[in-house]
Design a protein around this ligand. Structure first.
Ligand SMILES: O=c1ccn([C@H]2C[C@H](O)[C@@H](CO)O2)c(=O)[nH]1
Ligand SMILES: [Zn+2]
Length: 151
């Protein structure tokens, strides 16, 4: 049994935003380059200014060079000048919602210690968890005296 609190609400965003987010994150899987695992993952985030930014996993013949969907989406958003995110959504072709890997949890943490993560199953089913529950007692920019909003 999981001890991680699982939520079913989407209080951070409106009903309309949730519908758009769901559509975009399910579509984001189509961007995936995953010929090795054939496991397509999509990620869409909503920036503080309300912009939707999507990414997908990008694999490589040198397997260690694979990048997860969460990190491609966040990198894209960062390069467009964003530093804060309202929510991060993830989708895959699995019926059950999937949770971000350890590296992505740390990557997400840099830009918000407690961002809500919306996880979608392939059928559109949805659960929400908070980053703090996936990565408790985390190490972050504050520990090095850095504020990512200023960087
Ligand atoms: O949360 C996750 C979990 C896995 N993957 C990718 C990495 C790899 O390309 C494939 C199989 O692990 O799925 C993601 O993009 N996000
Ligand atoms: Zn990952």
């Amino acid at each position: 049994m999981s001890t991680v609190p699982i939520h079913k609400d989407h209080n951070e965003i409106s009903v309309e935003e949730f519908a758009t987010l769901k559509q975009k994150v399910l579509e984001a899987r189509d961007l995936s380059y995953s010929p090795y695992s054939k496991f397509r993952v999509g990620c869409t985030l909503i920036t503080e200014s309300g912009q939707y930014v999507s990414g997908a996993n990008i694999e490589n013949a040198s397997y260690g060079a694979c990048i997860c969907a969460e990190r491609t989406a966040i990198s894209k958003a960062l390069l467009e000048g964003n530093r804060k995110f309202k929510v991060i959504a993830i989708s895959s072709d699995s019926k059950e919602p999937i949770s971000p890997c350890g590296i992505c949890r740390q990557f997400i943490r840099e830009f918000g210690p407690n961002v809500p993560i919306y996880m979608f199953g392939a059928d559109g089913s949805f659960i929400k968890v908070f980053l703090q529950d996936l990565l408790p007692l985390s190490f972050g920019p504050e520990n090095l005296g850095v504020n990512p909003q200023d960087a």
